[in-house]
Design a protein around this ligand. Structure first.
Ligand code: ADP
Ligand code: MG
Length: 727
């Protein structure tokens, strides 16, 4: 029978655990060396990967071919390291390590591994979580769930120390990251994260750096040799630093000996007090994050029932002392910080995933969106600690460390902002959907770019942008200027991974979405909005049909040509195309749609009266429809009529067909034209203008102005809330 396991894939150490079928309790599965934890280090020797204590010793001795701390590079594209001319991504290395962990566990259990719950820092972004899932899959491990390390630790602790209504602060200081999570033990084994924060760039390594610096200073003072430069000497101190740090956790002072070039062997004393003095600011940074987590939750120090220490770096005595000073209580140290995370993951490996929750946010007076944490008052009494009778009682509710936002135009229209749609610390899984107006085109691919932001910085580019999501397969919409509604659903799934889905209002099912790397140049979202770009109007296509029957001969035609040329000069050809028709007994296309202003003027000037016959037996509406049939954007026709047409009925019917096909029509008449007919061939009465010859220019001007004004109103880019849907 295949088993489910929990895996703590750590930066420095990893561990695997499962639920022991006999005791029904979580248990560490030792590796092939019989050790409970496996160093997250790989050494490549002649292309062969070596793991375990051998790899660790090689790494500590500074041997070549070693890869370590690769968890830090998860989710980044590109090589994490080059070994023997071969490049490895962090994901490749994690996959190799995971395969090793799986093989060791299978050998130990004498069984195959069905699937695994893998832990990540709470602060891991979506891309890092996705990379973790891919690495596991590459290692032949099916991922049941990704959970957050502090939550896993709290679960392992809670199993034997359940205190209903207790607020537990999980202080997780690992090798490269710091996470602090406030979690609550509710009734019935219900463990929910209230708030969580993290610092990706703060961990045991920073303490190592300080020791390294201290050693350089001390050896320089001792020997008079400049120990601060030279790669070799740096590497030597670097190699010693972690060991010295660990010794200082057990001893008040450590004697460090080294062989200094041009000097010979020398030794210095490092004592705990000076180390602590030297690293006080690092500890301060962890504490200020604890305070932020409390204030995010609307709680104060007194509301913290217990502080749980997780992560190897919490073995430094300074951590416990600081916690005691700050919280007035001793932190809980009786969980093994090396194993608690894997044990908690094992507990979760027997659970079903949580269903999606409704979005529950509160908008504060300053416009900030937060999760409503109701019922967190410190009034509730904390029940005494008890052992839970079974792991089955434990339920985990996790929250998202990062707010999710979308790029939106600020209300004043001046720039782009991060519009937060799911606030940080919202329970997950959670989904929200937005509706966007999208203008489709008959030509070319209809694709919509979607960007998702992780973080709550106002400037979009100050946040994490996991991918460019490209929504394709959008159907062109005839009419409504090609406008359609695209609904986009944004989710944080059970693993804290962002999922984006899209649907078209008129379609059924999800549209295909491609994930692409975020373009290198996203600067357009950083700059103030260029109004010309933002208000870029929809394309405008205009057909002008001019009556060239005998009655237009001489002055009337000249006046009409002048007015039409004026109209052309009033149009903005950056988004407009114009075509010209002559009509009388027949129709003739003087020019097809063009965005060449001069060509339009020349076409108008080339018109002669009677060129399509001297009477009015034809109408232009069939040609107008044909010319505009396939055009995107706004489609408009202006008809200049003189006198009465013979085929009024047919003309009116054809004009109505144009209007039906979403072509707007306007009619300008002069001479003997009749107002009623002009109205009948116009798409609205206001578009019918009966004027004198001298008023032609101003009549065309009126129409030009209305077309321009409409174009300037810009596109509708706002996103409205809409119903979410199930997968
Ligand atoms: P991660 O989860 O990031 O892999 P761990 O929780 O395993 O990290 O912690 C590793 C870190 O803990 C390293 O920086 C290591 O130096 C530090 N560490 C381990 N043991 C001790 C100790 N006894 N004293 C001080 N630091 C320690
Ligand atoms: Mg860890």
């Amino acid at each position: 029978m295949a088993v489910s396991v929990g895996i703590d894939l750590g930066t420095t150490f990893s561990a695997v655990a499962y639920i022991d079928p006999q005791t029904k309790l979580p248990k560490i599965i030792p590796n092939r060396e019989g050790k409970n934890i496996t160093p997250s280090v790989i050494q490549f020797v002649n292309g062969r990967a070596i793991f375990g204590s051998e790899a660790e010793s090689a790494f500590n001795a500074g041997q070549s071919g070693c890869a370590a701390t690769f968890k830090r590079g998860m989710g980044k594209s590109g090589a994490y390291c080059f070994i023997d001319d071969k490049s490895y991504t962090a994901e490749d290395l994690s996959a190799l390590l995971l395969r090793r962990l799986k093989e060791d566990a299978e050998a130990e259990l004498g069984d195959t591994i069905k699937d695994a719950v893998i832990t990540v820092p709470a602060y891991f972004y979506s891309a890092e979580r996705e990379a973790t899932v891919r690495a596991a899959n590459a290692a032949g491990i099916k991922v049941r769930k990704i959970i957050d390390e502090p939550n896993a630790a709290a679960m392992a602790y809670g199993l034997n120390n359940w205190r209903e209504n207790a607020n537990i602060l999980v202080y997780d200081l690992g090798g490269g990251t710091f996470d602090v999570t406030l979690t609550r033990m509710g009734p019935n084994g219900d463990l929910s994260t209230i708030t969580t924060r993290g610092n990706h760039l703060l961990g045991g390594r920073d303490w190592d750096d300080r020791i390294e610096q201290l050693l350089m200073d001390k050896f320089a003072a001792e020997t008079g040799i400049d120990t601060h430069s030279g790669a070799g000497i740096k590497a030597m101190f670097r190699g010693m630093a972690e060991g010295v740090k660990k010794q200082l956790s057990a001893m008040q002072s450590v004697k460090v000996s080294a062989s200094i070039p041009d000097f010979g062997s020398a030794s210095v004393m490092v004592n705990r007090g000076e180390f602590e003095e030297n690293t006080r600011d690092l500890l301060d940074r962890t504490v200020s994050l604890c305070n932020t987590v409390l204030s995010d939750a609307g709680l104060n120090i007194r509301d913290v029932t217990d502080v749980l220490l997780v992560g190897g770096s919490t073995r430094m005595p300074q951590v416990s002392r600081y916690i005691l000073d700050m919280f007035g209580k001793k932190p809980i140290t009786h969980v093994n910080p090396d194993e608690a995370v894997a044990l908690g993951a094992a507990i979760q490996s027997t659970k079903e995933n949580e269903p999606y929750a409704a979005l529950a946010i509160q908008v504060m007076s300053d416009g900030k969106k937060v999760t409503a944490h109701s019922g967190l008052s410190s009034q509730v009494s904390v029940k005494p600690s008890q052992k839970l009778s079974s792991v089955g009682l434990l339920k985990l509710r996790e929250t998202t460390a990062h707010a999710m936002g979308i790029i939106a135009v600020s209300t004043d229209g001046a720039g782009y902002i991060n519009d937060i749609i799911i606030p940080a610390n919202h329970p997950r899984p959670v989904r929200v959907a937005k509706a966007f107006a999208f203008y489709t085109s008959a030509r070319g691919a209809n694709e919509m770019e979607v960007y998702v932001l992780q973080g709550d910085k106002e400037n979009p580019l100050d946040n994490q942008i996991p991918y460019k999501y490209l929504v394709s397969g959008i159907q062109h919409v005839k009419g409504q200027k090609g406008k359609t509604i695209i609904k986009v659903q944004y989710s944080y799934d059970n693993n804290g991974i962002i999922q984006v889905q899209a649907r078209q209002e008129s379609g059924c099912g999800d549209l295909p979405i491609r994930k692409e790397p975020v373009p290198e140049d996203m600067s357009k979202y950083a700059l103030p909005i260029d109004p010309a770009e933002f208000l870029k109007p929809e394309p405008l296509n205009v057909v002008m049909a001019v009556d060239v029957s005998g009655s237009m001969d001489g002055d009337p035609l000249r006046a009409a040509q002048n007015a039409m040329c004026d109209f052309i000069r009033n149009m903005d050809f950056s988004f407009t195309r114009v075509g010209i028709l002559a009509v009388s007994d027949r129709t003739a296309e003087i020019t097809g749609l063009t965005d060449n202003e001069d060509a339009c003027i020349r076409a108008i000037q080339s018109i002669t009266s009677g060129q399509t016959g001297y009477c009015n037996s034809a109408h232009p509406f069939t040609d107008i429809r044909n010319m505009l049939a396939d055009e995107d954007g706004r489609r408009f026709a202006v008809i200049l009529a003189d006198g009465v047409w013979r085929c009024q009925e047919a003309a009116i019917a054809a004009a109505k067909q144009c209007n039906h096909a979403e072509i707007e029509t306007a009619a300008i008449g002069f001479g003997k034209a009749d107002k009623k007919f002009l109205q009948d061939i116009s798409s609205k009465d206001a578009n019918a203008l009966l004027v004198s010859q001298s008023e032609l220019t101003s009549a065309f001007g009126t129409i030009a102005q209305s077309l321009g004004a409409a174009a300037q109103s810009g596109l509708d880019r706002s996103a409205a809330d809409t119903e979410t849907w199930d997968d």
